[in-house]
Design a binder for this molecule. Structure first.
Ligand code: NAD
Length: 385
């Protein structure tokens, strides 16, 4: 019997939902590169239900109980004497979602001698100290591709919202106004703009494909260059690094993981290299940008807008400056936790658990760290110190 600690976000303020605006979600069997969506032996939920909150328990409760495992589900993860800290001493598996991350620091590893597996229910395992996972021989796995398309849709929405000045215009309506000139004074079309992505992995590439239809000029940088045929098909211009790409872009979308190479990549100097009045969209990780440099750039007009759904820490304090900076289009960390995405990453989490407990290999593409080194998706997309 194993103890599984699962850290999830709180239920909605009105309680765990009992009904939904729609009667289900489309069934998707393969991702755009042909990879199959998760293939657990069974699931104990109806796709489209809320699974990521504490009551949803990622749909894992029945499975864990049937197999004699102890499942502890909590949202209490930070501060002195949190439930997470109290449960770690005999935990074998820790699961959390990047939206409400269990920050698995080196100190927490030291307090969890039985820990064998950390699962990111979603994508992006930077909330786990990967160096510590390497040192302790703990496997880190995530549900690769499960919400990449969800995020790409959010990126396109945010680019359009910023450039077309959607949110402030909406506010005029709510306030009873009809202030056309107030709305139009910051509104543009994206047609003809140069839009660049930092990384062209699953999300970056999905952003390219979606934006192509808008007749924009697409740019990217990545440590793995795409095949020439894909560059040609999408009209992509490759740049060897971020510094050489940003000066030509009207909009930049950050789509790389957070790891030592990308920490603080968008500092004051990188933002100064951007065109005056460029837009920056960050659905990757907050620490890829310098928090205060973003605020200053919005105040000075160097950036015309910043939007994203990733913050540090999560949840952010009430007085986090991104809540009140000008020309922002922020959301809480929601892009990858639509009900559609939850069904996939909950099934993927179940698949990883089944493999682990049945002694079957976890899919290579789900692996970030295994056997004391980066593996699978981790070896492709991350670095350690
Ligand atoms: P992916 O592994 O398919 O792509 C990552 C890409 O980043 C790879 O092509 C890799 O080569 C590239 N890369 C890594 N380091 C780089 C560097 N220094 N410079 C340039 N490129 C670099 O992953 P993905 O599915 O596209 O997800 C990317 C990231 O997006 C995740 O790691 C996560 O941080 C974030 N994400 C956010 C949400 C959300 O809800 N906001 C959801 C999913 C993923």
């Amino acid at each position: 019997m194993a103890k599984i600690v699962c850290v999830l976000y709180d239920d909605p303020e009105g309680g765990h939902p009992t009904n939904y605006p729609r009667d289900g979600v489309p069934r998707i069997e393969r991702y755009p590169d042909g990879q199959t969506t998760p293939t657990p032996k069974a699931i104990d939920f109806t796709p489209g239900e809320m699974l990521g909150d504490v009551s949803g328990a990622l749909g894992l409760r029945k499975y864990c109980e049937k197999n004699g495992h102890q499942l502890v589900v909590t949202s209490d993860k930070d501060g002195a004497n949190s439930t997470l800290d109290r449960e770690l001493h005999d935990a074998e598996v820790v699961i959390s979602q990047p939206f409400w991350p269990a920050y698995m620091t080196a100190e927490r590893f030291a307090r969890a001698p039985k820990l064998k597996l950390i699962i990111t229910a979603g994508i992006g395992s930077d909330h786990t100290d990967l160096d510590a996972a390497v040192r302790h021989g703990v496997t880190v796995a995530e549900v690769t591709y499960s919400n990449s398309i969800s995020v790409a849709e959010h990126v396109v929405m945010m680019i359009l919202a910023l450039v077309r000045n959607y949110l402030p215009s909406h506010e005029w309506v709510r306030r009873g106004g009809w202030n056309i000139a107030d709305c139009a004074q910051r509104a543009y079309d994206i047609e003809g703009m140069h839009i660049g992505t930092v990384a062209a992995g699953r999300i970056g590439s999905a952003v390219h494909r979606r934006l192509k239809a808008f007749d924009v000029k697409l740019h990217y940088t990545d440590r793995h260059r795409l095949p020439a045929q894909v560059e040609q098909e999408l009209g992509l211009t490759f740049h060897p690094d971020t510094a050489s790409m940003v000066p030509v872009c009207d909009v930049v979308s950050i789509n790389c993981p957070l790891h030592p190479e990308t920490l603080n990549l968008f500092d004051e100097r990188m933002i100064a290299r951007m065109k005056r009045g460029a837009y920056l969209v960050n659905t990757a990780r907050a620490q890829i940008v310098d928090r205060d440099a973003v605020v200053r750039a919005l105040q000075s007009g160097q950036l015309a807008g910043y939007a994203g759904d990733v913050w540090y820490p999560q949840p952010p304090p009430k007085d986090h400056p991104w809540r009140t900076m000008p020309h922002e289009g922020m959301t809480p960390h929601t892009s990858g936790t639509t009900l559609s995405a939850q069904a996939r990453y909950a099934a993927g989490t179940r698949e990883i658990l089944e493999c682990y407990f049945e002694g079957r290999p976890i899919r290579d593409e789900y692996l970030i760290v295994r056997d004391g080194k980066l593996a699978g998706a981790g070896a492709h997309s991350y670095s350690v110190r």
